[in-house]
Write a protein that binds this ligand. Structure first.
Ligand code: SF4
Length: 198
């Protein structure tokens, strides 16, 4: 079997393991995995990203799926709607105090995987992270992954063929392990097709 195929098999298994851990947590709190993902997202992202359209692209599901999940989360008191002053049909989502409590209890859902990762060396982890971050960027360029807030897509990023990475906002060189996958300061670069990552 080709190595690419084996890696794909491995990624599938890891994805299943993460889903299973999320599902275990979901059952405990009586909410679905997508509802957990929405609460986690809203708790850690700018309010202008926390709307039905953006969440649908973020999680590669339909707006109807997100709307249903949001309706339940609002009803259970984990999220609140912040309506636009000029248009009462449009709203962004904010976390409520009950939602914050839920987040505290959910945050450890992936700890079995974190604990296993911690036994690997810095070099091994760094190489895996480098590969994953580049793979995510490349899949985003092919529209397989819809939304990315990673350095490689960011207007502030400069890179070159010697694998040097630089953030012009932070005015700082980035080691490959400093590359962010979900940066709060991220600004979409309208033309990232020219970036060479190695
Ligand atoms: S602002 Fe964030 S995403 Fe953009 S280059 Fe700097 S660290 Fe990376």
């Amino acid at each position: 079997m080709k190595l690419e195929r084996k890696i794909l098999n491995g990624l599938e298994r890891l994805s299943e393991a993460l889903k299973a851990l999320l599902w275990e947590q979901a059952k405990e709190f009586g909410i679905s995995p997508i509802q957990i993902q929405i609460v986690l997202f809203v708790s850690s992202h700018r309010i202008d990203l926390c709307n039905v359209s953006y969440l649908a692209r973020e999680f590669n599901v339909t707006k109807a799926t997100i709307s249903d999940a949001v309706r339940v989360l609002v009803k259970k008191g984990y999220l609140e709607k912040d309506y636009a002053p000029t248009d009462k049909r449009r709203y962004n989502l904010v976390i409520s105090s009950s939602g914050e409590e839920l987040i505290n209890q959910l945050s450890e859902y992936a700890s079995p995987i974190s604990e296993e990762l911690s036994v690997f060396s810095e070099l091994e982890l760094s190489n895996v992270f480098d590969l994953i971050s580049k793979l995510i960027y490349q899949l985003n360029q092919r529209d397989v992954i819809q939304v990315q807030r990673t350095c490689y897509n960011c207007i502030y990023y400069s890179g070159n063929k010697k694998n040097r990475h630089y953030c012009n906002l932070l005015n700082s060189r980035l080691k490959k392990t400093d590359i962010r996958l979900d940066c709060k300061e991220f600004e979409q670069d309208v033309d990232t097709t020219g970036i060479v990552i190695q």
